[in-house]
Design a binder for this molecule. Sequence first.
Ligand code: NAD
Length: 376
Amino acid sequence: MRIAVARESDLYEGRVAATPETVKKFMALGATVAVARGAGVASGVTDADYEAAGATISDTPAADADIVLKVRRPTAEEVAGYKRGALVIAIMDPYGNDAALKTLADAGLSAFAMELMPRITRAQSMDVLSSQANLAGYRAVIDAAAEYGRALPMMMTAAGTVPAAKVFIMGVGVAGLQAIATARRLGAVVSATDVRPATKEQVESLGAKFLAVEDEEFKNAQTAGGYAKEMSKEYQAKQAALTAEHIKKQDIVITTALIPGRPAPRLVTAEMVASMRPGSVLVDLAVERGGNVEGAQAGQVAVVNGVKIVGYLNVPGRLAASASALYAKNLLTFVETLIDKKEKKLAVNWDDELVKATLLTRDGAVVHPNFLPKTA
Ligand code: NAD
């Protein structure tokens, strides 16, 4: 059983799919591990660290690998260097990327999308959305604080008092909860909103104020899977009016709202941005999925009337070492389910619900029901 840890070809991707710690665990499972030269450098892991853990360093680690571990979906060029029949496990970003899925299928790969892992107890330690969103929520507050020209905590000094910053978090999933906790730790006055009623208690338990239109639609706004539903136009209008008044008085707004498989909901209009004081900061964590904030620009800090809109891409990657450590653990626990530990060999149970939920392609075809090629 040969495992390859590929190098990320995306220039802005600093994460890596394995750490020396997970390499050791893979070896204990009977695998040999080959790591691409320099793959861990941006996450603070040297080739020597991987070698000390038992891996070999290679320029083409994936050439004969049975399992290829990556952070991002491999490009067509990368795929061309993989063995037919290999398992490729990564954050595949499958929505709207049919051509890329076809490339994986045509190469005869079994491609797994880690972000489709079901959110069931058994798979909690494999949940890349949570492990990465948690770090993104933390980093969003750090990025906001860095762009904000004032202090976050209240400071009473001999030279006068600095008031605490007001921070508003929109979307209270994993990222939003961590953003609330981080902003609170930095001493800000924090409020938050979400369309899922269950979040009210969570927000309040973190010492923040909850703000939402709490009507009948709100009370039913959660899917069985615990995700947000797309809200009606009427609800959106009521909620927008409430938040518009609130945003005017905020120093920092952090948006994290997502709906699985849909474009991100637009929560902050240009008008709301214009209502904020110069020097205020917005951070749009949903910018890669279309953005929650009007005027947010992917990969940039846009300045509109003195208000900064932070639209950094790959926010977990801005904490590459931490993000890699958690991602690598997510991969390890998933790969463990694909291995017969007694025989020390690959033994995929294609009927396992974790496999079924994440497997995109197999035996030359796209097999995931959500991504089947459309027949004319
Ligand atoms: P997400 O990234 O899909 O979305 C972020 C947040 O945006 C969600 O809380 C969502 O309700 C909110 N949102 C969507 N539309 C909105 C709107 N118009 N206005 C305001 N907010 C809006 O969410 P997530 O972080 O992946 O978490 C979703 C749920 O899954 C949470 O309940 C979380 O606790 C749960 N979860 C469960 C497990 C598990 O059981 N293993 C693991 C992680 C998360």
